[in-house]
Design a binder for this molecule. Structure first.
Ligand code: MRU
Length: 355
């Protein structure tokens, strides 16, 4: 799938162009984001979503906030960069790629400022850094895809949850990358996609991008995952991640934990596919991962149709944490972390230069 989820248009001044994912699958509309406020809003309302894509969006968001200030003093540019990063960090709490990208942007500006560069040169550096984050994400998707595809035999069937595909990254995705690469290698792979209540990323996005790519995809409701596993239809589960603690506990879209428990019961290998930028080396265990809570209306009147009594109490956590013990392996760009433990995660982070 070569869907252009997010990219930068033009040079400087320029703008970010995204597919408005809130409108898929019925409308494929590109949205031009010209201010940092527009980028903040796009992240918050999930017009751009999925951990790696949020990281890329954050880099471009900083550029949008700073590009008009290239004629200012270096101190001023650095100060504005820090303020912009602090503000963008409030867009969503769980996907660590947001904070990872903002830290990377801020570190670049700080380094260039310390090297006595001018305001314009600092902005040039930020432009370069944001483009690198975008480009590297695409390369990482391909690596995860190549490593993950080795696990898929011709004719295999994979179950996935939420959307960790092209729409969640700058290229092939994470959990869907092995499927795209296996397809490119000539294998026939089938996918069962959980619809993923309440925002239906599985139905609206995963089913859409796989269907468009002519990959055999079957949509099921979340509650059917156990049934298709029981019927022996699933060879492996591949999901993405929003934040991975140092011991391998993994936060991903709400419902992922239930899928992992079901996979365990049925002896089906459960794989997480994620770039090293999704690891939070500051967090030892999954219970320290902040979980976003979203509005009640997503459950009571999803997509404009009321399906619950007015005034009923609602709890709407957007993510859950799958304990490392349920994970067969985490597929990263530096290899598979088999049956993750703190020591194995640390070894992978060292290999990738993250520690
Ligand atoms: O709320 P969303 O749609 O941003 O949640 C996305 C997910 O949970 C994805 O599985 C995760 O970010 C990995 S994307 C490669």
């Amino acid at each position: 799938m070569t869907v252009d989820t997010i990219h930068w248009e033009g040079s400087r001044p320029g703008f970010a162009r995204i597919i408005d994912q809130t409108l898929l699958p019925t409308e494929t509309k590109l949205l031009d984001l010209k201010t940092v406020e527009q980028m903040f809003d796009a992240i918050k309302r999930l017009a751009v979503r999925g951990a790696p894509a949020i990281g890329v969006a954050a880099g471009f968001g900083v550029l949008l906030g700073i590009q008009a200030h290239a004629d200012k003093q270096a101190d001023d540019v650095l100060g504005r960069t820090k303020e912009t990063c602090a503000w963008l960090a409030r867009a969503r709490p769980t996907a660590v790629n947001l904070f990872w990208a903002l830290e990377r942007m801020q570190a670049r500006a700080t380094r260039d400022h310390a090297a006595k560069k001018s305001g314009k040169e600092i902005v040039d550096g930020l432009f370069d850094e944001a483009q690198r984050i975008w480009r590297e994400d695409g390369e990482i998707c391909r690596k995860i895809g190549a490593i993950g595809a080795e696990l898929l035999k011709d004719g295999a069937t994979v179950l996935t949850h939420c959307n960790a595909g092209a729409l969640a990254t700058a290229d092939y995705g994470t959990a869907l990358a092995p499927i795209y690469v296996a397809r490119d290698q000539g294998k026939t792979i089938k996918v069962f996609a959980d619809e993923t209540r309440p925002l239906l990323q599985g139905a609206r996005l995963t089913a859409w991008e796989l269907f468009e790519s002519k990959i055999d995809v079957t949509l099921i409701t979340d509650s059917m995952a156990g049934r298709v596993m029981f019927e022996g239809r699933i060879d492996a589960v591949f999901v993405g991640a929003d934040r991975i603690a140092k011991n391998g506990d993994t936060a991903n879209k709400i419902g992922t934990y239930s899928v992992a428990v079901l996979a365990k019961e049925h002896g089906i290998p459960f794989y997480v596919c994620a770039p090293l930028s999704t690891f939070d080396e500051k967090i030892a265990h999954g219970d320290q991962i902040p979980i976003e809570e979203r509005g009640a209306e997503e459950i009571t009147e999803g997509f404009g149709k009321r399906t619950a009594p007015v005034g009923v109490k609602v709890y709407n956590p957007a993510f859950d944490v799958t304990p490392a013990r349920l994970i067969r392996g985490i597929i990263t760009e530096v290899g598979i972390i088999e049956r993750p433990t703190t020591a194995r995660v640390e070894a992978a982070l060292k290999k990738g230069g993250r520690l």
